[in-house]
Design a protein. Structure first.
Length: 321
């Protein structure tokens, strides 16, 4: 196949999202000398940067906070000529350069073209959608213990959830709060065994089993959390100055809604090569439909997406080996 003439301003790959998946993808693309642009949201941050301690990333035996780990990823990618742009993406549209298909990415800084896209937009915390949640967000309702825990020194707080994030953040909160009540809808936790043992052995942690939040109460700030017993329906108030909510993630996929197929949970559907059903669009990390959302799996996704996108671009340009 003959090589095609493509405008110099067009990138081979544009990666949207600067978390572990996106940074791994750009690292692999840059090492392969693929002309790549990483676009990181100006008004959003990767979920991992708000994590206090990561101790299950292979090769790093000491606990490291999420922000530091992402900075290590970024520093490594910079060694290979990383091009990055901090701006918000508003739209993705099909493009064509004299018969060569591609995509344009509209941002607040202008429009950028690429032959392939890697979507690594991550996810955001799921909301409870109960009375008081929206009204007290930022005034006692939080989705980030690492960010807000110091405001609750010697106070009582509630943590909602039973997975790894909820239990890890509850343990972190005990460094500051006098009492942490974990509200979980089931009679046992979903978190890994080591986290469960640490939480259940912590004298500052109290469990509210088989309960859900019915309402968040207060005047100028949170003063109490009403919880409902899932078996009896009985409602009681837990005195609390803050509530931290960790009940799962919602994929950030609005950008490609109507462009690529999404699963029932709104995550992007990809194959094992991280390719979507739409030629030229790949995805990786927490925004894709998968069972395990961890830093290590995001990195694996990113590497696969970059390699698949590289092969696609080479084929498109008539440079396939």
């Amino acid at each position: 196949m003959a090589k095609k003439s493509i405008p110099e301003s067009v990138y081979d790959i544009i990666i949207i999202g600067g978390g572990p998946a996106g940074l791994t993808a750009v690292l692999y693309a840059a090492r392969a000398s693929v002309k790549t642009l990483l676009i990181e949201g100006a008004s959003t941050v990767s979920q991992i940067t708000t994590t206090d301690a990561i101790e299950n990333y292979p090769g790093i035996p000491e606990a490291v906070d999420g922000f530091e780990l992402v900075e290590r990823f970024r520093k490594q990618a910079l060694q290979f000529g990383l091009q990055t742009l901090s701006t918000d993406v508003s739209a993705v549209e099909k493009a064509d350069w004299e018969g060569t298909p591609g995509w344009t990415v509209k941002t607040s800084d202008g429009v950028h073209g690429a032959l392939a896209l890697i979507i690594a937009t991550g996810a955001q915390w799921r909301k409870l959608d109960v009375p008081g949640e929206a009204a007290f967000t930022g005034r006692g309702v939080s989705y980030c213990a690492t960010c807000d825990a110091p405001f609750y020194r010697n106070r009582e707080v509630v943590v909602v959830g039973g997975g790894n994030s909820a239990i890890q953040e509850a343990i972190f909160l005990t460094r500051f709060a006098h009492k942490v009540t974990i509200v979980h809808r089931r009679g046992r936790l979903r978190a890994t065994g080591i986290l469960q043992k640490r939480a259940l052995a912590n004298p500052r942690i109290t469990m509210a089993w088989k309960s859900v939040v019915a309402e968040i109460k207060g005047t100028d700030g949170v003063e109490a959390v009403a919880i409902r017993d899932v078996d009896t329906g009985a409602v009681r108030d837990i005195p609390a100055h803050g509530i931290f909510i960790f009940i799962g993630l919602v994929p950030n996929t609005d950008l490609v809604r109507g462009i690529v197929p999404l699963a029932k949970n709104e995550a992007i559907v990809v194959d094992r090569e991280m390719a979507t059903a739409v030629p030229g669009i790949f995805a990786c990390g927490d925004c894709i439909d998968k069972a395990l959302r961890q830093v290590v799996t995001a990195c694996g996704d990113g590497a696969s997406a970059a390699y698949s996108a590289q092969l696609y671009v080479e084929e498109l340009k008539g440079e396939a080996y």
